[in-house]
Ligand binder design. Sequence first.
Ligand code: TMP
Length: 209
Amino acid sequence: MPFIVFEGLDGSGKSTLMQSLSQELKSQNLPVTTTREPGGTPLGEQIRNLLLKNGKDAPTAWTELFLYEACRRQNVDHVIRPSLEKGHWVLCDRFWASTSAFQSGGRNLDEDKVLQINQWATDGLNPDLWVYMDLPLEEAQKRWENRTSFHPLDRFEMEKLSFHEKVRDYYNKMTKSQKYGPWLVLNATQSTETLVRELIQELKKRAWL
Ligand code: TMP
């Protein structure tokens, strides 16, 4: 069964789209497992809290990278591979492309080293499709500002605009290169209904539905 990953800037709507697809698949009685990174397992969720909290003892860029990768390996070994082996569709909110975009793009870590470590962490497992929610930075920023009335910004949302610009540029580079694909790029300013429709069209085109 397909393994599909949802990627994009914070606030791009990837989690909402993933949940909508999950509901659609379940309504067709298809077995589906959803997971996320960082997180997805009890240990991974604890690492997530360490990664996202604001505070004095922030990890260095490399420490941050290894925490994401540790989280990922736990998710691959305990959730993603076992679910694929059981014949489930697996939908994952972020995967190694986030590490390339945020840690290579945003934090300037060496891209080949990061790619290599990504492959170690996934044990060579790659998604059948990456879905990229393409959102202009100004729109993402507006969404974060609206959200602050509900909950405080996390360590990444607090980063400077130049950091998020570098992340977005790196995503653009990846979505345009066969090396990282296959990608489905969606215009994330559209309504959830339109996005779900476009995604399902793609899944049908691939004869997965
Ligand atoms: P989320 O809010 O989409 O769950 O993601 C949490 C944050 O972690 C988000 O700002 C992106 C960041 N992140 C990385 O920097 N590297 C990674 O490998 C992953 C998976 C997420």
